[in-house]
Design a protein around this ligand. Structure first.
Ligand code: NDP
Length: 434
């Protein structure tokens, strides 16, 4: 805390992991001997830079760009870029730290990284977004590469932004290095099923948790927060598997549709027209709109899929969810539950899929995109989706096994953290003091 003052989100992420690693550290003194924890919490490097850009009225603005290359023990740094006004060093470091364990859990050879800017894409024209992203890449290109560091999307960074950044990178480097970014459009090196991967993967993971208890998504009521990339494809997969999704949200408020959310409307409003979720009720008069995001957790549901942002479920909301009978929580977003909220879920015996396991499908398919780029070959949608499904099952299984082996059966927070940790820690020891 002294060394990283005011980095609350980073402290929160580190606390969660370090506490759950206690049994593995006790059992294997080599991790202490090699100061693995001290090394793990210090990023290999954190790059910050100025991003100047000119708006449509000729006014110059300056934002701050970040890239954290957290841990490269098991592969090139890999992790998304977030464009949101709340972005600062603490947010980027918490995301990069989590990413290291998540990427390890996928079983693929990718290290942990993350980046972004405090730029707010909301309300900006396409040209403004393009000028900003070009300026951002004009600095970022120095630090990335298909064997060094491979960024992708996150909040505020989707196919449009990745496209502009890829174009600028190619222009500066004068080479078509397809694997330098993932989340690309299908026509220029993107992978089928990458757009769907995080949401689908989260639902696959929740399905594993339910099935192990003889439960099913079929006939269940689901609440999903957010209405971005992760939320939309969680809604789609949950609905395909027989659930009824009754609510979703954006940063202004949430909609409740007791008949089940009409995903076509949500997709058009958010993916095409870039409008607010409140507009949904104009087309579906039986639905209701409520200002403010938190209230979405007061809607009774069997399954909650927080898929918007960090700390969106606090202790109070967790208690309300439990009181209303929630059976499973799958974290689509990164760190959406506070430490206190997680404790409430675990104490109540709610099936809890922590972010670094439940939302790992996105980065897993990003790694599959890198493989396809290296081979100059594309797999069919169903091939990628099948691989994703298998990866999510494996993540579930390794988290369950680690939880059992280290004395916390059924606690997937502990299980995922330990399973992700061991591979990275052993690789660090094997590579010496670096
Ligand atoms: P998007 O930008 O596509 O969507 C984000 C959604 O969350 C929007 O509906 C947005 O509302 C809402 N939101 C954003 N910030 C806030 C906030 N401060 N309060 C309330 N609502 C907010 O992002 P993604 O769907 O890609 O990401 C969502 C989460 O999933 C993030 O935590 C991200 O790190 C995580 N994640 C994403 C992956 C991916 O593949 N995309 C992979 C793994 C994790 P509005 O439109 O009003 O801003």
């Amino acid at each position: 805390v002294k060394r990283n003052p005011h980095e609350n989100e980073f402290h929160q992420a580190v606390k969660e992991i370090l506490e759950s690693l206690t049994p593995v550290i006790a059992k294997h003194p080599k991790y202490m001997k090699h100061s693995i924890l001290e090394r793990l919490v210090e990023p290999e490097r954190l790059i910050t830079f100025r991003v100047p850009w000119v708006d449509d009225h000729g006014v110059t603005h300056v934002n701050r760009g970040f890239r954290v290359q957290f841990n490269g023990a098991i592969g090139p740094y890999k992790g998304g870029l977030r464009f949101h006004p709340s972005v600062n060093a603490s947010i980027i470091k918490f995301l990069g730290f989590e990413q290291t364990f998540k990427n390890s859990l996928t079983g693929q050879p990718i290290g942990g990284g993350k980046g972004g800017s405090d730029f707010d894409p909301k309300g900006k024209s396409d040209n403004e977004v393009m000028r900003f992203t070009q300026s951002f890449m004009t600095e970022l290109y120095k630090y990335i590469g298909q064997d060094t560091d491979v960024p992708a999307g996150d909040i505020g960074v989707g196919a449009r932004e990745i496209g502009y950044m890829f174009g600028q990178y190619k222009r500066i480097r004068g080479a078509y290095e397809a694997g330098v970014l993932t989340g690309k459009g299908i026509i220029y090196g993107g992978s089928l099923a990458r757009t769907e991967a995080t949401g689908y993967g989260c639902v696959y993971f929740v399905n594993e948790m339910l099935q192990a208890k003889g439960l099913s998504l079929e006939g269940s009521t689901v609440v999903v927060s957010g209405s971005g990339n992760v939320a939309i494809y969680s809604i789609q997969k949950a609905t395909q598997l027989g659930a009824k999704v009754v609510a979703c949200s954006d940063s202004n408020g949430y909609i409740y549709d007791k008949d089940g959310i009409n995903l076509d409307t949500v997709r058009r409003l958010k993916e095409v027209e870039r409008k607010r979720i409140s507009e949904y009720v104009n087309e579906h008069p039986n639905a209701t709109y409520h200002e403010g995001c938190n209230g979405i957790w007061t809607i009774p549901c069997d399954i909650a899929l927080p898929s918007a942002t960090q700390n969106e479920i606090d202790e109070e909301m967790a208690r309300i969810l439990v009181r209303n009978g929630v059976k499973a929580v799958g974290e689509g977003a990164n760190m959406p539950s506070t430490l206190e909220a997680i404790e409430v879920f675990l104490q109540a015996g709610v099936l809890f899929g922590p972010a670094k396991a439940a939302n790992a499908g996105g980065v897993a398919v990003s790694a599959l995109e890198m493989s396809q780029n290296s081979m100059r070959y594309s797999w069919h949608f169903h091939e990628v989706d099948d691989k994703l499904h298998t990866i999510m099952k494996n993540i579930y299984r390794s988290s369950v096994q680690a939880a059992e082996e280290y004395g916390h059966p059924g606690n997937l927070v502990v299980g995922a953290n330990i399973a992700g940790f061991i591979k990275v820690a052993d690789a660090m020891i094997a590579q010496g003091v670096i």
